[in-house]
Design a protein around this ligand. Structure first.
Ligand code: TMP
Length: 208
């Protein structure tokens, strides 16, 4: 059986990256073979594209350009890292995947959803996550968590609160459209409490 592909989604400050780390530790403790990766990134080329996307710059980055760069990074990441891992029996925990493109470049930047779906499918070679955990949090609360990271906000984090409200709304609509694949988890409680919910979901789905 192909190993599970699990993605972690949510707005900035939703705590998803912390949860990826906690689940990885938990799986390591149970000797479940897996890798942890993230988008954009995961290979040297895709990490370079990440740098291009997140750098703050004077030049305006058009939504179409942004979309294609995220998809380019994904095309590389899926073929070089995700598919080989899954076919060798290692589960993949990915900090963001195609739903982020639908929420950010689709709902928030306003690019047509059907076009994004087509590009997501092309870049990912049709690969969809087996399970997506959506950490849902109010953008104001999410932003309060950001300054603690000890670095300047990147280009996406510097977008307005309105932009991030639309991203959240987009994620919630994606969840409503695919309730079997996407599970909404309240991201507001302390990390340990949120993780108990994650544990319950992955235990029910994969016996982890
Ligand atoms: P991160 O901060 O969670 O690592 O994600 C990097 C940023 O890129 C974050 O602001 C979300 C954004 N993003 C998109 O806009 N579209 C995408 O397809 C992905 C994967 C991320």
């Amino acid at each position: 059986m192909k190993a599970p592909f699990v993605t972690f989604e949510g707005i900035e400050g939703s705590g998803k990256t912390t949860q990826v780390g906690l689940l990885s530790e938990y799986l390591a403790g149970k000797a479940v073979p897996h890798i942890v990766t993230r988008e954009p990134g995961g290979t040297p080329l895709a990490d370079e594209i990440r740098g291009l996307l997140l750098a703050r710059r004077e030049e305006r980055v058009f939504p179409e350009t942004e979309l294609l760069l995220y998809e380019a990074a994904r095309a590389q990441h899926v073929r070089a890292v995700i598919l080989p891992s899954l076919s060798s029996g290692k589960a993949v925990l990915a900090d963001r995947f195609s739903d982020a493109t639908s929420a950010y470049q689709g709902f928030s930047r306003g690019i047509d959803a059907a076009r994004i779906e087509g590009l997501n499918a092309f870049a990912a070679g049709g690969l969809l996550p087996d399970l997506t955990l959506l950490f849902d949090i109010d953008p104001e609360d999410g932003f309060r968590r950001l300054p603690g990271r000890g670095r300047r906000a990147d280009r996406m984090e510097s977008e307005t609160i309105e932009f991030h409200r639309k991203v959240r709304e987009g994620y919630l609509r994606l969840q409503a459209a695919s309730p079997d694949r996407i599970v909404r988890i309240d991201g507001a409680p302390p990390a340990g409490e949120v993780f108990r919910r994650v544990q319950a979901v992955v235990a029910a789905r994969f016996g982890w």
